[in-house]
Design a protein around this ligand. Structure first.
Ligand code: ASP
Length: 342
């Protein structure tokens, strides 16, 4: 029996067309996208198609869209062996990370892809990205899907979604996974790096956890930041967690007013999550004196999480209505292969 893969189109450059009056790219309909890639019919698997009612530029994605996407997967989970999600590249790593936290007991591949040039463009990267994503999603071994996690496929490389970040607005090679090896690559052969794949607990049944809470903030620090700005961020209403992108291994300026503010806000219940603004490497609180304050207030360490995974993990865990203590324990635990510790 042929493997069945469902293609879900959400929007993004891959399906956009140029509005010649304004010279801007706009989302287009799904039929147009399929017409541009007749090669799809040559792939040796059965392909189903579905689409967002109104495809969007991924800059407009929100947690509501993640719910819509997860529902589309849930409704089709039994009928299909794998899923390919066509998505704009700008926020692909966020949506893919969010899905990785929402889906429990996943036993099938969910592969996000998109392109830097629209599918109708002569030099488009859309065809290769789409066709190879379908190939990866259809791989089987001993009657089971070979990949059972949420991935991003782009420009010959397959990545774990929640380890991936968009690092080029220009190159076809737009994504990277700075702290985790690639899961696969496409050359003359399709290669899957088995040792890097996530082994899903086979006992856990598939289910979706839709609970999310977006009452969080993200603060990237820089030398000489204004006190008023920091105070206004930390005092904003409806803020339950603040991710601080600190220097190096989690270091920050040591002004007394700043330390006092951290102590006060954390006593008030604000959860502080400390990430590094370095592209690679991890947070090590207490390694320098300049990160001692984070240890003192019992801040959560983001270790080597990408910004995208960190934001999505925060949204997911805030949604669970757990205590700050449980939040810290779960945040510092590897839930979906997103995090490593020394
Ligand atoms: N703005 C587009 C989007 O994210 C860019 C892309 O698809 O590459 O939807």
């Amino acid at each position: 029996m042929k493997t069945k893969v469902l293609l879900i189109y959400t929007g993004g450059t891959i399906g956009m067309v140029k509005d010649y009056e304004t010279q801007t790219l706009k989302p287009f309909d799904f039929d147009n996208l399929l017409k541009q890639i007749p090669e799809i019919s040559l792939i040796d698997c059965e392909i189903g198609f579905t689409s967002f009612k109104d495809p969007i530029d991924s800059s407009d994605m929100s947690s509501d869209h993640w719910v819509i996407l997860a529902k589309m997967i849930e409704e089709n989970y039994e009928q299909y062996d794998g899923f390919v999600i066509l998505h704009g590249t700008d926020t692909m790593a966020y949506s893919a990370s969010a899905l990785s936290f929402m889906l429990n007991g996943l036993k099938k591949p969910i592969i996000f892809t998109g392109s830097q040039l629209p599918v109708g463009d002569l030099r488009t990267d859309a065809k290769e990205n789409l066709i190879t994503s379908i190939h990866f999603a259809s791989l089987h071994e001993n009657g089971r899907p070979k990949i059972s996690e949420v991935c991003i496929y782009f420009e010959y490389k397959l990545f774990r979604a929640n380890r991936t970040t968009k690092m080029s607005a220009e190159n076809f090679d737009a994504f990277s996974s700075p702290d985790y090896p690639e899961l696969g690559e496409s050359g003359i052969h399709l290669v899957v790096h088995e040792h890097a794949l996530r082994k899903e607990d086979s006992e856990q049944p598939f289910s979706i956890n839709y609970a999310m809470n977006t009452e969080l903030g993200l603060l990237k620090i820089f030398p000489g930041m204004q006190r008023e700005f920091i105070e206004s961020i930390m005092n904003s209403s409806n803020l339950k967690a603040l991710i601080i992108e600190a220097f190096g291994s989690g270091n920050i300026f040591s002004f007394e007013w700043f330390k006092d503010l951290l102590r006060k806000k954390s006593q008030d219940g604000l959860i502080f999550i400390i990430n590094t603004q370095c592209a690679a490497g991890m947070v090590e609180l207490g390694r320098y004196e300049t990160s001692e304050i984070f240890k003192e207030i019992n801040a959560v360490s983001g270790y080597d999480l990408t910004t995208e995974a960190s934001v999505c993990k925060t949204i997911h865990l805030l949604g669970q209505g757990i205590s700050s203590h449980e939040f810290k324990i779960l945040y510092e635990t590897d839930l979906r292969g997103e995090l490593s510790k020394k």
